[in-house]
Design a protein around this ligand. Structure first.
Ligand code: ZN
Ligand code: ZN
Length: 151
């Protein structure tokens, strides 16, 4: 037991894809949060990193349509990675890795009120920072706006 699991309330979470065709709920708290900066996560999300809320696969329940799966085989490890997505809107719905049996992720941004996933409440790790993009940093080298710069 880590300090993270001892102190928190037992919560069940829900979320959905952009169009609402697929929704999901979880039976338990997440095991951890992994923020992955690998090149595969950059491609599959189209962003600087994937923010993955990690569960045992049996603790995730999908409703509505069944997520489509795209299987990618890693150049580096030769193992498969299955990414899930909505067949209608294409939204990212997490992934499963051959390397980590029994584990499935859901993207933090797809949850209802994803603000609960804080590093204070859950073990949170940044991985593959060797391919981290500096344009995602809120450093003094980039301009930062509370809303859009046009507003
Ligand atoms: Zn959708
Ligand atoms: Zn990754």
């Amino acid at each position: 037991m880590t300090e993270f699991t001892k102190s928190k309330r037992m919560m069940h979470y829900s979320g959905q894809c952009v169009c609402g065709t697929i929704s999901f709920s979880t039976r338990t708290e997440p095991l951890r949060i992994t923020i992955c900066h690998c090149a595969w996560c950059q491609r599959r999300t189209g962003s600087a990193f994937g923010v993955e809320v990690v569960f045992n696969e049996n603790d995730i329940v999908f409703a509505g349509d069944t997520p489509q799966i795209y299987r990618h085989v890693s150049d580096e490890s030769a193992r498969w990675l299955d990414s899930r997505f909505c067949p209608k809107c294409g939204a990212n719905l997490g992934f499963t890795l051959e390397a980590v049996p029994g584990i499935q992720t859901l993207p933090a941004g797809a949850f209802d009120g994803s603000g609960q996933f804080t590093a204070k409440n859950y073990q949170t790790r940044h991985v593959y920072i060797r391919s981290r993009r500096d344009w995602a940093d809120l450093s003094s080298d980039v301009e930062v706006f509370e809303a859009h710069f046009r507003s």
